[in-house]
Design a protein around this ligand. Structure first.
Ligand SMILES: Nc1ncnc2c1ncn2[C@@H]1O[C@H](COP(=O)(O)OP(=O)(O)OP(=O)(O)O)[C@@H](O)[C@H]1O
Ligand SMILES: [Mg+2]
Length: 265
Protein backbone atom coordinates (compact mmCIF):
# COMPACT_ATOMS: atom_id res chain seq x y z
CA UNK A 1 0.00 0.00 0.00
CA UNK A 2 3.07 2.26 0.29
CA UNK A 3 5.57 3.24 -2.37
CA UNK A 4 7.53 0.15 -3.21
CA UNK A 5 10.97 0.66 -1.74
CA UNK A 6 13.82 0.68 -4.18
CA UNK A 7 15.30 -2.76 -3.65
CA UNK A 8 18.53 -2.12 -5.53
CA UNK A 9 21.54 -1.97 -3.24
CA UNK A 10 19.37 -2.97 -0.35
CA UNK A 11 20.80 -6.30 0.60
CA UNK A 12 24.25 -5.18 1.62
CA UNK A 13 25.73 -5.95 5.00
CA UNK A 14 28.04 -3.26 6.30
CA UNK A 15 30.22 -3.33 9.39
CA UNK A 16 28.57 -2.83 12.73
CA UNK A 17 29.00 0.71 14.02
CA UNK A 18 26.84 0.69 17.13
CA UNK A 19 25.86 -2.37 19.06
CA UNK A 20 23.33 -2.61 21.91
CA UNK A 21 22.91 -5.63 24.17
CA UNK A 22 20.29 -6.01 26.87
CA UNK A 23 19.47 -2.31 26.79
CA UNK A 24 16.86 -1.27 29.36
CA UNK A 25 15.67 2.27 29.99
CA UNK A 26 13.58 3.39 32.95
CA UNK A 27 12.01 6.76 33.71
CA UNK A 28 11.43 6.29 37.43
CA UNK A 29 9.11 3.25 37.48
CA UNK A 30 8.27 3.41 33.78
CA UNK A 31 10.11 0.69 31.86
CA UNK A 32 10.43 2.45 28.49
CA UNK A 33 12.95 0.23 26.66
CA UNK A 34 12.90 -3.52 27.29
CA UNK A 35 15.95 -5.64 26.69
CA UNK A 36 16.87 -4.32 23.26
CA UNK A 37 19.64 -5.99 21.27
CA UNK A 38 20.56 -4.45 17.95
CA UNK A 39 23.55 -3.95 15.63
CA UNK A 40 23.43 -0.71 13.68
CA UNK A 41 25.52 -0.71 10.54
CA UNK A 42 28.02 1.78 9.24
CA UNK A 43 27.30 3.60 5.97
CA UNK A 44 23.65 2.70 6.23
CA UNK A 45 20.45 4.57 6.99
CA UNK A 46 18.50 2.79 9.72
CA UNK A 47 14.89 3.85 10.35
CA UNK A 48 13.20 3.48 13.75
CA UNK A 49 9.45 3.18 13.34
CA UNK A 50 6.56 2.36 15.66
CA UNK A 51 3.53 3.89 17.37
CA UNK A 52 3.77 7.03 19.48
CA UNK A 53 5.24 6.31 22.92
CA UNK A 54 6.86 3.01 21.90
CA UNK A 55 10.35 4.26 22.82
CA UNK A 56 11.95 5.35 19.54
CA UNK A 57 13.28 8.67 20.85
CA UNK A 58 14.28 7.09 24.16
CA UNK A 59 16.35 4.42 22.45
CA UNK A 60 17.84 6.93 19.99
CA UNK A 61 18.98 9.06 22.93
CA UNK A 62 20.77 6.05 24.44
CA UNK A 63 23.11 6.06 21.45
CA UNK A 64 24.78 9.38 22.32
CA UNK A 65 23.96 9.47 26.03
CA UNK A 66 21.44 12.27 25.66
CA UNK A 67 19.37 10.44 28.29
CA UNK A 68 22.10 11.39 30.80
CA UNK A 69 20.59 14.87 30.73
CA UNK A 70 17.19 13.58 31.97
CA UNK A 71 17.28 13.21 35.77
CA UNK A 72 14.74 10.42 36.20
CA UNK A 73 16.16 8.38 33.32
CA UNK A 74 18.24 5.25 33.95
CA UNK A 75 19.95 3.25 31.19
CA UNK A 76 21.19 -0.34 31.67
CA UNK A 77 22.93 -2.81 29.38
CA UNK A 78 25.82 -2.45 26.96
CA UNK A 79 26.11 -0.01 24.10
CA UNK A 80 29.30 0.09 22.08
CA UNK A 81 30.58 2.35 19.31
CA UNK A 82 33.24 0.56 17.24
CA UNK A 83 33.42 -1.99 20.06
CA UNK A 84 34.07 0.62 22.79
CA UNK A 85 31.62 0.95 25.68
CA UNK A 86 30.09 4.44 25.39
CA UNK A 87 28.89 4.31 29.03
CA UNK A 88 32.40 3.71 30.34
CA UNK A 89 33.17 6.32 33.03
CA UNK A 90 36.26 7.30 31.03
CA UNK A 91 34.10 8.46 28.10
CA UNK A 92 33.37 12.19 28.01
CA UNK A 93 29.75 12.57 26.85
CA UNK A 94 30.57 15.88 25.14
CA UNK A 95 33.25 14.20 23.02
CA UNK A 96 30.90 11.29 22.38
CA UNK A 97 28.18 13.64 21.10
CA UNK A 98 30.64 15.21 18.65
CA UNK A 99 31.17 11.70 17.23
CA UNK A 100 27.51 10.76 17.47
CA UNK A 101 25.73 13.93 16.37
CA UNK A 102 22.03 14.62 16.70
CA UNK A 103 19.41 16.51 14.71
CA UNK A 104 16.06 17.21 16.36
CA UNK A 105 12.47 17.41 15.23
CA UNK A 106 12.29 21.18 15.46
CA UNK A 107 15.17 23.01 13.77
CA UNK A 108 17.11 24.62 16.62
CA UNK A 109 19.80 26.95 15.25
CA UNK A 110 21.73 28.88 17.89
CA UNK A 111 20.86 32.59 18.13
CA UNK A 112 24.08 33.34 16.28
CA UNK A 113 25.18 34.00 12.73
CA UNK A 114 25.02 31.24 10.13
CA UNK A 115 28.84 31.14 10.23
CA UNK A 116 28.99 30.84 14.01
CA UNK A 117 26.32 28.15 14.09
CA UNK A 118 28.70 25.94 12.12
CA UNK A 119 31.96 27.18 13.67
CA UNK A 120 30.77 26.62 17.26
CA UNK A 121 31.50 22.89 17.50
CA UNK A 122 34.81 22.94 15.61
CA UNK A 123 35.99 25.80 17.90
CA UNK A 124 35.07 23.91 21.07
CA UNK A 125 36.74 20.75 19.85
CA UNK A 126 39.80 22.56 18.48
CA UNK A 127 39.34 21.26 14.94
CA UNK A 128 40.69 24.40 13.19
CA UNK A 129 44.27 25.65 13.40
CA UNK A 130 43.45 29.16 12.19
CA UNK A 131 40.76 31.33 10.63
CA UNK A 132 41.35 30.01 7.10
CA UNK A 133 40.97 26.48 8.41
CA UNK A 134 37.74 27.37 10.14
CA UNK A 135 36.43 29.08 6.99
CA UNK A 136 37.13 25.84 5.14
CA UNK A 137 35.28 23.74 7.69
CA UNK A 138 32.30 26.10 7.58
CA UNK A 139 32.11 25.99 3.79
CA UNK A 140 32.59 22.23 3.62
CA UNK A 141 29.91 21.62 6.27
CA UNK A 142 27.41 23.95 4.60
CA UNK A 143 28.06 22.17 1.32
CA UNK A 144 27.48 18.81 3.03
CA UNK A 145 24.26 20.25 4.43
CA UNK A 146 23.22 21.14 0.87
CA UNK A 147 22.67 24.76 1.86
CA UNK A 148 25.91 26.52 0.86
CA UNK A 149 24.54 28.13 -2.31
CA UNK A 150 21.60 29.58 -0.41
CA UNK A 151 23.66 31.16 2.40
CA UNK A 152 27.15 31.82 1.03
CA UNK A 153 26.43 35.52 0.56
CA UNK A 154 24.98 36.03 4.04
CA UNK A 155 27.11 34.05 6.45
CA UNK A 156 26.88 36.88 9.00
CA UNK A 157 23.07 36.84 9.02
CA UNK A 158 21.34 35.09 11.93
CA UNK A 159 20.64 31.38 11.49
CA UNK A 160 17.20 31.92 12.97
CA UNK A 161 16.30 34.12 9.98
CA UNK A 162 16.32 31.19 7.56
CA UNK A 163 13.23 29.27 6.47
CA UNK A 164 12.34 26.14 8.44
CA UNK A 165 13.78 23.81 5.80
CA UNK A 166 16.94 25.90 5.55
CA UNK A 167 17.28 25.94 9.34
CA UNK A 168 17.05 22.15 9.41
CA UNK A 169 19.75 21.82 6.75
CA UNK A 170 21.82 24.33 8.75
CA UNK A 171 21.40 22.09 11.81
CA UNK A 172 22.51 19.08 9.78
CA UNK A 173 25.51 21.10 8.55
CA UNK A 174 26.26 22.02 12.18
CA UNK A 175 26.07 18.35 13.18
CA UNK A 176 28.50 17.28 10.43
CA UNK A 177 30.95 20.12 11.23
CA UNK A 178 32.46 18.19 14.15
CA UNK A 179 33.22 15.27 11.83
CA UNK A 180 30.80 12.82 13.42
CA UNK A 181 30.72 9.13 12.59
CA UNK A 182 27.05 8.65 13.37
CA UNK A 183 24.11 11.01 12.86
CA UNK A 184 20.97 10.53 14.91
CA UNK A 185 17.85 12.25 13.57
CA UNK A 186 14.61 12.37 15.53
CA UNK A 187 11.79 13.10 13.07
CA UNK A 188 13.96 15.63 11.22
CA UNK A 189 11.33 16.41 8.59
CA UNK A 190 8.18 16.64 10.66
CA UNK A 191 8.28 20.46 10.71
CA UNK A 192 9.08 20.73 7.00
CA UNK A 193 7.00 21.09 3.86
CA UNK A 194 7.21 18.43 1.11
CA UNK A 195 9.89 20.30 -0.87
CA UNK A 196 12.16 20.82 2.14
CA UNK A 197 11.47 17.21 3.19
CA UNK A 198 12.60 15.97 -0.24
CA UNK A 199 15.79 18.06 0.06
CA UNK A 200 16.57 16.66 3.50
CA UNK A 201 15.83 13.10 2.34
CA UNK A 202 18.20 13.54 -0.59
CA UNK A 203 20.83 14.84 1.81
CA UNK A 204 20.35 11.85 4.12
CA UNK A 205 20.95 9.55 1.19
CA UNK A 206 24.22 11.36 0.45
CA UNK A 207 25.31 11.36 4.08
CA UNK A 208 25.20 7.60 4.25
CA UNK A 209 28.26 7.45 1.99
CA UNK A 210 30.26 8.62 5.00
CA UNK A 211 28.18 8.06 8.10
CA UNK A 212 25.90 5.71 9.88
CA UNK A 213 22.54 7.51 9.98
CA UNK A 214 19.67 6.60 12.30
CA UNK A 215 16.35 8.31 11.63
CA UNK A 216 13.16 8.18 13.67
CA UNK A 217 10.15 8.72 11.49
CA UNK A 218 6.38 8.46 11.66
CA UNK A 219 6.20 8.31 7.91
CA UNK A 220 6.45 4.80 6.57
CA UNK A 221 6.84 6.22 3.09
CA UNK A 222 9.85 8.14 4.34
CA UNK A 223 11.33 5.06 6.02
CA UNK A 224 10.85 3.13 2.78
CA UNK A 225 12.41 5.92 0.72
CA UNK A 226 15.50 6.69 2.79
CA UNK A 227 16.48 3.65 4.81
CA UNK A 228 18.16 0.35 4.07
CA UNK A 229 17.42 -1.14 7.51
CA UNK A 230 14.28 -0.71 9.58
CA UNK A 231 13.63 -1.40 13.26
CA UNK A 232 10.03 -1.64 14.45
CA UNK A 233 9.44 -0.81 18.12
CA UNK A 234 6.27 -1.57 20.05
CA UNK A 235 5.65 -0.92 23.78
CA UNK A 236 9.38 -0.63 24.47
CA UNK A 237 10.30 -3.83 22.63
CA UNK A 238 12.30 -4.04 19.44
CA UNK A 239 9.87 -6.35 17.68
CA UNK A 240 11.50 -6.69 14.30
CA UNK A 241 14.66 -5.48 12.60
CA UNK A 242 15.83 -6.16 9.09
CA UNK A 243 16.13 -5.04 5.50
CA UNK A 244 13.67 -2.21 4.88
CA UNK A 245 12.26 -3.87 1.78
CA UNK A 246 11.61 -7.07 3.69
CA UNK A 247 10.04 -5.33 6.72
CA UNK A 248 7.60 -3.47 4.46
CA UNK A 249 6.75 -6.27 2.07
CA UNK A 250 7.06 -9.38 4.20
CA UNK A 251 7.07 -8.62 7.93
CA UNK A 252 7.59 -11.66 10.14
CA UNK A 253 5.75 -10.45 13.25
CA UNK A 254 1.99 -9.81 13.29
CA UNK A 255 2.56 -6.58 15.28
CA UNK A 256 4.80 -5.21 12.52
CA UNK A 257 2.25 -6.19 9.91
CA UNK A 258 -0.57 -4.50 11.83
CA UNK A 259 1.47 -1.31 12.12
CA UNK A 260 2.59 -1.08 8.52
CA UNK A 261 -0.89 -1.83 7.23
CA UNK A 262 -2.28 0.86 9.52
CA UNK A 263 -4.14 -1.30 12.04
CA UNK A 264 -2.13 -0.08 15.04
CA UNK A 265 -0.48 3.24 15.49
N1 LIG B 1 11.42 12.65 30.10
C1 LIG B 1 10.56 11.66 30.35
N2 LIG B 1 10.10 11.42 31.59
C2 LIG B 1 9.23 10.40 31.84
N3 LIG B 1 8.79 9.53 30.92
C3 LIG B 1 9.21 9.71 29.66
C4 LIG B 1 10.11 10.76 29.29
N4 LIG B 1 10.35 10.69 27.97
C5 LIG B 1 9.64 9.63 27.51
N5 LIG B 1 8.94 9.04 28.53
C6 LIG B 1 8.06 7.85 28.40
O1 LIG B 1 8.80 6.80 27.79
C7 LIG B 1 8.01 6.11 26.82
C8 LIG B 1 8.68 6.19 25.46
O2 LIG B 1 8.66 7.56 25.03
P1 LIG B 1 9.42 8.05 23.72
O3 LIG B 1 9.39 9.54 23.74
O4 LIG B 1 10.73 7.40 23.63
O5 LIG B 1 8.46 7.47 22.58
P2 LIG B 1 8.47 7.70 20.99
O6 LIG B 1 8.38 6.36 20.37
O7 LIG B 1 9.62 8.57 20.61
O8 LIG B 1 7.08 8.47 20.77
P3 LIG B 1 6.70 9.62 19.70
O9 LIG B 1 6.51 8.89 18.41
O10 LIG B 1 5.40 10.14 20.22
O11 LIG B 1 7.79 10.63 19.68
C9 LIG B 1 6.62 6.76 26.88
O12 LIG B 1 5.84 5.99 27.75
C10 LIG B 1 6.90 8.13 27.46
O13 LIG B 1 5.79 8.62 28.16
MG1 LIG C 1 9.75 10.53 19.81
Amino acid sequence: MYDTPNLENKVVTNETKISARGCQVYYGDTHAIKDVDVDIEDKTVTAFIGPSGCGKSTFLRCLNRMNDTIDVCRVEGDITLDGEDIYDPKVDPVQLRAKVGMVFQKPNPFPKSIYDNIAYGPRIHGLAKNKADLDDIVEKSLRRGAIWDEVKDRLDAPGTGLSGGQQQRLCIARAVATEPEVLLMDEPCSALDPIATAQVEELIDELRQDYSVVIVTHSMQQAARVSQKTAFFHLGNLVEYGETGQIFTNPQDPRTESYITGRIG
